[in-house]
Structures are given as C-alpha cells and as structure tokens.
Ligand binder design. Structure first.
Ligand SMILES: Cc1cc2nc3c(=O)[nH]c(=O)nc-3n(C[C@H](O)[C@H](O)[C@H](O)COP(=O)(O)OP(=O)(O)OC[C@H]3O[C@@H](n4cnc5c(N)ncnc54)[C@H](O)[C@@H]3O)c2cc1C
Length: 321
C-alpha cells in the first residue's frame, strides 16, 4: 500500500471528505497500525446514503468511530473506512423525553447532554472513549450498565444506502456482543475480527431512554466514575481499554495478573502494570507487537489456568508480509 501523505479531495456529487492512504494510527486509540486505502467522512446522513449508493458492491467497507476498540494490522486496510466520528453528530431531546443521538456522538458528550437535561442513567457513558455507533456495535458498558438497556430504537443503513428502524428485538444482544438476527447476505460490510462475523448494517442513530432525575447528581456521579477510571486505568499511555472479555464468573485482569504477565513486553507493547487487562503502547509499538502480545497473553493464560480468554478488541486489516 502507498505510505505517502494523504491527498485530500472532494468527490463529485458528495459533500463529505474522501482521503487516500490514511494512517489508521491517527484514528485508533492505540496510535498504531497500517494505512487505510480510502477514508470517507460523510457530511451528514443524506450524504452517507448517497455515498453508499454509489459504492461498488464489492468494495470492502469498515465503520470506524473513535477507534477505541480497534487494532488495524500494519499492512493496512483494503477498501474504504467510513469515519463516523466528526460526522453524524446530531444530539437532541425529543418531545417524548428520549434522547436522539447520532452515531458519531462521543459517549462523554451524551452523558453530559443527559445530565444537562436532568436525566439519569447515562453517566456510565462518560468514561467510554467511543462513539454512540461504536457503543451500539459493542454493547459497551461499565459499572453495571450497558448501552442496549437504554435503547428504544435504532436507525441503521445497509451498504446499499437503505435506511431501517430497528429495536433491540431485532438483535442478539449479550456481553459485548450484538448481532443482527436476520442478516441479509447481500449487505456485508466490514468484518469485525472479534469473531462477530460480518456487519450487515451500520448504526446511524439511536433513541435512548434515560430516567428523569437531578442533573447535579448526574454530574457528581460522572466525576466519581471518571475518578475511579483515573485511579485504576493507565490513561497516560495509548491503549484500547480492556483487551479481553471477562470469562464467566471471573475477571480477565485477575487471571492475567495471576499468570505473572503484568509488565510483559513485545517491542513497544506492554501489559500494563496498572491494569493487567490493558495493553499500552509505550512508544512506537507496531500493530504486530500488540497482536503478538495479545496472542502470548492468551496462550500463557490458557496453559496455566485452562481458561481461553477471548479478545474484546476488534482486529482488522492485513498483516505486513
Ligand atoms: C481507556 C479506555 C476505556 C474503555 N472503557 C470501556 C468500558 O468501560 N466499557 C466498554 O464497553 N468499552 C470500553 N472501552 C472500549 C471502547 O471505548 C468501546 O468499545 C467503544 O464502544 C468503542 O467505540 P468506538 O467509536 O471507538 O468504536 P471503534 O473502535 O471505532 O469500532 C469498534 C467496532 O464497532 C464498529 N462500529 C463503529 N461504529 C459503528 C457503527 N456506527 N455502526 C456499526 N458498527 C460500528 C467498528 O466497525 C468496530 O468493529 C474503553 C476503551 C478505552 C481506550
């Protein structure tokens, strides 16, 4: 793949921005990884639909929000990355009291918006450094809450640019797991490498229901939750949050620590000394360093405890040959 600086240009008939050869290290929280062949950041939903309708059906497509759960291999990504952060930023209170949030809205902004409108129950989103779209795709959650518990309905688009309204009943939803029950074979999108298979639709917006309450208490709660994160997570170095899902009845961090893997390094990647389920980029880590360390941790934990940890992070793209 061409490693030159991205050329920026407008594509005819489209109002968004198309770039070529974009280093994904700029769009992932690990600050590592290869180059995306093409990246399109739509101007808004209508523009996204026009773009999708003009896209050749065989073009690989990858949705990216804030890249906070994503490892892009060093050989880069074939096809087009749809960058939804910085686009699809609509956020409003609806007449029925629900919150309409578009896919590119960051979790922290959603939490603050809900507090501003005296709503409770969105506080947990404040510390998740992803977008609403990424949170829906992952069923992100923490401190006893998950995003899909709050969903009234979502708006999706398939890669032909067809918009749909869906509810939780249309999905198989579990711990960091969301899968459309009736996947349409003709609508394959980017493949999540966390073992989730092909995405058939992108999330473009959600209507979320929070409880009426006191905004000051919500803001106080946000401070408390962010304080807990600062105390327990290595936020001073690039990372992607928890690398592995917690196995039933246990914690991945506890198992990794028990196996003596805290501080284990490959190249610039290191198992955090502060939180064993985090891998940090200590400077100059390649995606291969990170992936090799993930594989090593998994193998050691399997060997020593018999438990097979499954990555929560999505690993996509080509290996360098
Ligand atoms: C410091 C830190 C702390 C974290 N803490 C938590 C936590 O407490 N709880 C938690 O659950 N996660 C946590 N995470 C992980 C991450 O923030 C979440 O998984 C988040 O929801 C990812 O959102 P994103 O926009 O960054 O998605 P990305 O990383 O950009 O994408 C993740 C996956 O979602 C897909 N995707 C993105 N947008 C869309 C869309 N609009 N439609 C369809 N698919 C889409 C992508 O294709 C990809 O497969 C943490 C990460 C970090 C770095």
């Amino acid at each position: 793949m061409n490693m030159s600086e991205p050329k920026q240009f407008k594509t005819e008939g489209l109002r968004g921005e198309m770039r070529r050869d974009v280093p994904m290290s700029r769009h992932t929280s690990w600050r590592a990884g290869g180059v995306a062949e093409r990246m399109y950041q739509p101007a808004d939903l209508d523009d996204l639909l026009v773009f999708l309708r003009s896209l050749p059906v065989e073009e690989p497509l990858h949705a990216v929000g804030l890249g906070s759960n994503l490892l892009v291999r060093d050989g880069g990504l074939r096809g087009t990355v749809l960058l939804l952060h910085g686009a699809l930023g609509g956020l409003r209170l609806e007449a029925d009291g629900s919150v309409y949030a578009e896919a590119g809205v960051p979790g922290a902004k959603l939490a603050r918006f809900a507090a501003l409108h005296d709503l409770r129950g969105a506080e947990f989103c404040a510390g998740i450094p992803g977008t609403v779209g990424g949170m829906l795709a992952m069923n992100a959650g923490c401190y006893g809450s998950e995003i899909w518990e709050k969903v009234l309905r979502v708006q999706t688009v398939n890669r032909h640019g067809e918009v749909r309204m869906r509810t939780a009943g249309d999905y198989e939803i579990g711990y960091r797991h969301v899968l459309l029950r009736s996947k349409l074979p003709s609508t394959a999108g980017g493949r999540g490498a966390g073992g989730e298979g092909w995405y058939s639709e992108l999330f473009v917006a959600a209507w979320l229901k929070f409880e009426a309450g006191d905004g000051d208490i919500a803001r106080q709660e946000i401070k408390v939750l962010l304080g807990k994160r600062i105390a327990s997570q290595p936020l001073d170095l690039p990372n992607a949050g928890s690398v592995f899902r917690n196995p039933p009845g246990d914690h991945a961090a506890r198992l990794i620590q028990q196996c003596g893997l805290k501080g284990r390094r490959i190249g610039g990647a290191q198992v955090s000394e502060k939180h064993a389920n985090f891998i940090v980029n200590t400077g100059g880590a390649t995606a291969a360093d990170i992936e090799n360390l993930i594989n090593e941790v998994r193998a050691v934990v399997r060997q020593q405890t018999g438990i097979d940890l499954h990555p929560e992070v999505r690993i996509i793209g080509e290996k360098l040959v």
